[in-house]
Design a protein around this ligand. Sequence first.
Ligand SMILES: Nc1ncnc2c1ncn2[C@@H]1O[C@H](COP(=O)(O)OP(=O)(O)OP(=O)(O)O)[C@@H](O)[C@H]1O
Length: 295
Amino acid sequence: MSETKIVTPEAVAAEAIAAKSAAPVTEHQTTTAKGLTTDEVPLLDIQHVAMNYQNGKQTVPALGEVNLQIYPGEFVCVMGPSGCGKSTLLNILAGFMAPSEGQVLLNQTPIKGTDAQRGVVFQNAPLYDWYSVRDNIAFGPKMKHVDQAQIKADVDYYLDEVGLTEFGDKHIYELSGGMKQRANIASSLINDPDILLMDEPFGALDALTREQMQTLVRRIWHETGKTIFFITHDVDEALLLGTHILVMSKHPGRVIADFSADFTTRLIGDQSQSVRYTPEFGERRQYILKLINGQ
Ligand SMILES: Nc1ncnc2c1ncn2[C@@H]1O[C@H](COP(=O)(O)OP(=O)(O)OP(=O)(O)O)[C@@H](O)[C@H]1O
């Protein structure tokens, strides 16, 4: 994963497609939210993970062998054809299901089920419609019997963090889709997870709201140094957010490319979003599209 390999996007795409089941193409350097490179121990260590679903008598191979290390502070964006096993991988990382083969270590300890160290954000926010935004965000800490005054202070903090201070007393059903996702992100962040696992979180939002949400998540990532694992079908979104982009093969999914990107750090504080229009961005975009569509 840490070996650097410089090649043209076209050559990489051709090579990766030709060798789908071979080792992934990698030019991965470990870069954190603060732009540091690190030799730290991985936060998540995915070792020989494969997943087969049992559908009656039929075995559905959803995930081929995946080996991957995710380091603290990385923003990992995962792309791949529909049905290649992205959500399956995320569900394994969340602890919702155990892999058929291999194991995942979180801070060097095997994952066994869910816990508050991993926050999950899905496309459809699992919020309680008839509770207020405040009560939804407070739900996790209340379950953990956190002190009332601390909960109030934390809810205020995270309402502000996601730009919902004015809407704290509204019911969830009174919110727009983008606001619901803001509340969803706040209710994950308040548990102070080590990693946020996000499964196409902005897939149902209109383009403008989506862009605002990308800016929000980038800022939160940069400010908090949280590690983020983010599934998307949108190449621009992956490039505009990720410090690392993973591309998976069609199912059973394997990682066929893993490379670093620095557009997201360049975008911090750049309102013009000018990196989008650089030749480098266009080349990366083409490279990923070729990898995905060429399968
Ligand atoms: N519970 C299940 N039982 C049987 N097969 C399943 C189950 N869940 C997923 N699959 C199959 O496993 C494969 C991977 O599914 P998964 O949802 O992980 O892919 P994905 O890459 O997230 O897809 P998409 O991009 O369309 O959301 C698919 O072939 C899917 O049909």
